[in-house]
Design a protein around this ligand. Structure first.
Ligand code: AMP
Length: 441
């Protein structure tokens, strides 16, 4: 039996889940059986070797088999489902690849990644999501764009208006299925599923495999190939994590102290509340740190603007609520800071997955107050390991949680965030800290 995310996967199925560390899998794109055009597109993006989930999923998907992939954002999963779909569609054959994604940001991201992979071909791609006008979306659907990445609500809307012809869909892909079910999209997914041809190839990707997703996967796929990029709930490698214990009123100061380190060059901060994100944005701006905020009270244009400025490095810090948690794919985020402890352990996994992407090292810091200890314990229980603590006496609260070393800590012993040296928690003196964080800068 395999316990993952509270879900029990039965032995027979577990045995069928393919481990992406399997050495037998092809290790170069050439060996994956891609067309010369696709290999050129992949190379143009600077992808030299397929990621583990790509090695597993692509050759199998190219044979037409359904896929169920347990993979988080950051593992290269978009390539894993889009490369085989693009390889097998017919240009000019109408809408053939339909991807459903939970958020507009993810739908856009998938569409953008697809456009890059399809560069040099005549394949047309559109992202479809709510909160914007129907015009360009209607046009893309009427013209029979081959690939549509859509949020379920707006796509159903188009179907009900008779705008979307799904009768030629060959590839039906669900991205971040767990998130879609959490957001209550199951009825919309079922409705789309009833309309797409039975002969389709289905691929479902999900960061976790709770019962609901497992059931859905079994229902919508046909003898699928199961593959797992990383065990459910664990992290993409290359992320160094730390917990800072802090008095609530000292959080802004702690943040400013950390930001004094020039190594923190592109920082994504998560705030629990929209108001908190606004307050932080103005505080940082007052301190001369270029910052933008992104949350659901800001209009679509503002959100896109904030994201663009962050991606273009016009602002150093993006303060966001969970709206940015998934689907936000900005290259080179150096640090993720949980200004508040995420309430849901899965949110933690997704948030910190915004850094340390595709081989780069990232840093994930979480601020923990005395009142957050319960959430921290739940989180560590979910991860199955403790997170390294950093106690800075001037910010620390009395009775701060000490690291639970009884279970051993993957990464906690040998790793330390850039700029903080390899000391044990609590060993830094004021002076050392000031020097290491480059306070004078
Ligand atoms: P995803 O998990 O699809 O969100 O991909 C995460 C990031 O990895 C994106 O920025 C991709 O451009 C990048 N990526 C995907 N596949 C590869 C690869 N084979 N080599 C290097 N980077 C990749």
């Amino acid at each position: 039996m395999c316990e993952s995310d509270g879900t029990t996967i039965h032995e027979s199925e577990e045995q069928a889940i393919h481990d992406v560390s399997d050495e037998q899998n092809p290790t170069t794109f050439a060996e994956l059986g891609l067309s010369p055009e696709m290999r050129a597109a992949v190379e143009a993006q600077g992808w030299t070797t397929p990621t583990p989930i790509q090695r597993q999923a692509i050759p199998t998907a190219l044979t037409g088999k359904d896929i169920v992939g347990i993979a988080q954002t950051g593992t290269g999963k978009t390539g894993a489902f889009m490369i085989p779909a693009l390889e097998r569609l017919e240009v000019g054959g109408g809408l053939q690849v339909l991807i459903l994604a939970p958020t507009r940001e993810l739908a856009q991201q998938v569409a953008e990644d697809t456009a890059l992979l399809a560069k040099g071909t005549s394949i047309r791609v559109e992202a479809i999501y709510g909160g914007v006008g129907y015009g360009p979306q209607n046009e893309a659907l009427a013209l029979g764009f081959e690939v549509i990445a859509a949020t379920p609500g707006r796509f159903i809307d188009h179907m009900q208006r008779g705008n979307a012809d799904v009768s030629k869909v060959k590839f039906f892909i669900l991205d971040e299925a767990d998130r879609m079910l959490d957001m209550g999209f199951r009825p919309q997914i079922e409705e789309v599923m009833r309309k797409v041809p039975r002969s389709r190839q289905t691929m479902l990707f999900s960061a976790t495999m709770p019962n609901g997703v497992h059931d859905l996967a079994l229902r919508i796929t046909n003898e699928p190939y199961w593959t797992e990029a990383a065990p459910s709930g664990t992290l993409a490698s290359g992320i160094e994590e730390k917990v800072f214990s802090v008095k609530p009123e000292k959080k802004p100061e702690l943040l400013l102290k950390l930001l004094a380190d020039p190594a923190m060059d592109q920082v994504l901060i998560f705030s629990r509340t929209k108001a908190g994100a606004d307050v932080l944005e103005s505080r940082l701006e007052r301190e001369g740190i270029k910052a933008a905020a992104m949350h659901s009270d800001r209009g679509m244009k503002q959100r896109q603007g904030a994201l663009q400025d962050f991606a273009d490095r016009k602002v150093r810090v993006l303060v966001a609520t969970d709206v940015a948690q998934r689907g936000l794919d900005v290259e080179g985020i150096s640090h993720v800071i949980n200004y508040d402890v995420p309430q849901d352990p899965e949110d933690y996994v997704h948030r910190i997955g915004r850094t340390g992407r595709a081989g780069a090292t990232g840093y994930a810091f979480t601020f923990v107050t005395a009142g957050d200890i319960g959430h921290l314990k739940t989180l560590e229980h979910h991860l199955g390991r403790p997170i390294e603590r950093e106690h800075l006496p001037e910010f620390d609260y009395a009775g701060a949680p000490r690291e639970d070393t009884s279970r051993g800590s993957r990464g906690a012993k040998s790793r330390s965030p850039r700029g903080l040296g390899s000391r044990k928690p609590g060993e830094l003196s004021e002076e050392e800290l000031a020097r290491l964080l480059g306070q004078s800068s």
